[in-house]
Design a protein around this ligand. Structure first.
Ligand code: C2E
Ligand code: MG
Ligand code: MG
Ligand code: MG
Length: 280
């Protein structure tokens, strides 16, 4: 009996592993031609000034729909794109598109906004990254200060020289550097001193509890105070309730994004959303 159960458990496990491996393989295979087939789109999530509650910019978030695989989430395909190196051409596409979009948005609304783009470590290793960013800024007629590049702490953990060099080059161009998902990795504090960050984004797992328990609230409060004393601007990620927003305002948090304000939207829908906010 026990033996039979053991065998069943075992075969169930391998079947599941097989399914995971097959999906991974299919994602990798399909990704090679996905750019050429125009399967990637970019959604934009609005970023809000906590005090004024006006839109100050947006974050570009990649979306992939494939005929065979259906919708594939970034959490599923970004690590594979990173592993294969395909993140380099895909990331290039995101930077170019996002800047063209920002130019259009600013022209329509007749005001300045910022755009945030996520960067993978593999992209920092690409020697052509800086020139590509310069060209994309120029082509879209966007000033460097309007672009923010976001990286997670995990990127910095390897401590490799090319990372320091790439981040310094980016910062020297006048582009803003943001540390994404702050608090989810470790040794974050020394990274803030070592690299030229301008913005710190508090991970949504910390924002979740601020209106529910004092410990989380105190932690976020201390993070904001520390960031400000280091000259960093603070963004709260994953704001979902009015109570959270209210607290963040009291704590002096600068910007916020999250479902409370807006989900990531296709470009045309973000333009409509932005226009509707301006009319009020
Ligand atoms: P991220 O940069 O931290 O982006 C924020 C993620 O949180 C997004 O997930 C967004 O949809 C989600 N989010 C925003 N507000 C809320 C909220 O109120 N509640 C909850 N539960 N979630 C919220 P998404 O779009 O699935 O992206 C996941 C991650 O994939 C991103 O995390 C980023 O690390 C990566 N990613 C997305 N696009 C790109 C890209 O173009 N290049 C690279 N390298 N990475 C990307
Ligand atoms: Mg991000
Ligand atoms: Mg994040
Ligand atoms: Mg993330």
């Amino acid at each position: 009996q026990a033996k039979a159960l053991g065998r069943n458990t075992y075969s169930f496990f391998t079947e599941e592993m097989n399914a995971i491996m097959r999906r991974r393989f299919a994602i990798e295979e399909q990704m090679h031609t996905a750019l050429a087939r125009n399967e990637f789109t970019i959604h934009y999530q609005a970023l809000f000034d906590v005090q004024t509650q006006n839109i100050s910019g947006a974050e570009a978030l990649l979306r992939w729909h494939n005929a065979t695989l259906g919708q594939v989430t970034p959490d599923e395909f970004i690590p594979i794109a990173e592993h294969t190196g395909l993140i380099v051409p895909i990331g290039k596409y995101v930077i170019k598109q996002a800047l063209v979009f920002l130019n259009e948005w600013q022209n329509i609304d007749q005001q300045k906004y910022s755009i945030s783009v996520n960067l993978s470590p593999r992209q920092l290793r690409d020697a052509t990254l800086i020139d590509l960013i310069k060209d994309a800024l120029q082509d879209a007629n966007i000033s460097p200060e309007s672009l923010q590049l976001e990286i997670t702490e995990g990127v910095l953990m390897t401590g490799q020289a090319y990372i320091q060099e790439a981040l310094t080059n980016i910062s020297d161009l006048g582009i803003k550097l943001g540390m994404d998902d702050f608090g989810t990795g470790y040794s974050s504090l020394s990274y803030l001193r070592q690299y030229p960050f301008d913005v710190l984004k508090i991970d949504r797992s910390f924002i979740y509890g601020i209106a529910l328990n004092k410990a989380d609230c105190d932690l976020v409060k201390a993070t904001i105070a520390m960031s400000h004393s280091l000259g960093l601007t603070v963004v709260a990620e994953g704001v979902e309730t009015q109570e959270q927003l209210h607290l963040l305002n009291e704590l002096g948090c600068n910007f916020a994004q999250g479902y409370y304000f807006a989900k990531p939207l296709p470009a045309n829908q973000l333009l409509d959303f932005s226009a509707s906010k301006k009319k009020k």
